[in-house]
Design a protein around this ligand. Structure first.
Ligand SMILES: [Ca+2]
Ligand SMILES: [Ca+2]
Ligand SMILES: [Ca+2]
Length: 203
């Protein structure tokens, strides 16, 4: 093999390895924005599609949740993701089937507060004497409840004897209704250290 042929072979080999990585380097990174919808367990995901990937895998805390096909052109894509409940989330998007295979991950992090109805301490969809009994059992017998925020009738960030007393007056028709969220499901508008692990009646 002549020197010029050897040089050509070397050049071709070099191109074989460099060209894909150059093409990959020219693809702009995905940018993602997560917009949780207040009062729901849903989040709007918006991300840029550079137009070079076949599809995008959307993962929630590492688990594949949705596959969004690419239109094949550079544009902004959106998708609505339903989350399993309250908690902290890491949502990532990754392009698949592009130059060099997959894209780097583009992620966003956020937390979603629990939805509940204040005063419904036993989580049965009604506010009545049974909730007062549940609050007293929580206070004096350590009865576990699903959502401490629901048992915090007066929304002062603490569970104590004032909560069943507040509810007694309300149930008897002689006191004010519990502060929001009341009647309809919603998040706690006042931050506190009480935990609401779940409230199955709220979607
Ligand atoms: Ca109840
Ligand atoms: Ca309270
Ligand atoms: Ca609160």
């Amino acid at each position: 093999m002549t020197n010029s042929k050897i040089a050509l072979v070397l050049l071709a080999t070099l191109c074989f390895f460099i060209a894909p990585s150059l093409a990959e380097a020219q693809v702009p990174p995905l940018t993602i924005n997560c917009d949780p919808i207040s009062g729901t367990y849903q989040v709007f995901i918006t991300f840029t599609d550079p137009g070079v990937y076949a599809q995008f895998d959307v993962t929630v805390n590492g688990g594949l949740t949705a596959i969004v096909p690419s239109a094949g052109i550079a544009m902004v894509l959106t998708t609505l993701v339903t989350l399993p409940g309250p908690g902290g989330y890491l949502v990532c998007v990754q392009g698949v089937g592009g130059p060099g295979g997959v894209s780097p991950l583009a992620c966003c992090q956020f937390s979603v507060p629990a939805l509940f109805v204040r005063g419904d301490a036993n989580v049965d969809g009604a506010i009545n004497i049974a909730d007062i009994v549940t609050q007293l059992a929580l206070l004096f017998s350590g009865l576990p409840v699903l959502c401490l925020d629901a048992a915090d009738s007066n929304d002062d960030g603490a569970i104590n004897i004032a909560d069943p007393i507040y509810l007694v007056w309300y149930v008897l028709g002689s006191g004010p209704a519990p502060p929001p969220p009341h009647i309809l499901c919603g998040p706690d508008p006042t931050a506190d250290a009480l935990d609401c692990a779940s409230f199955p009646l709220c979607p």
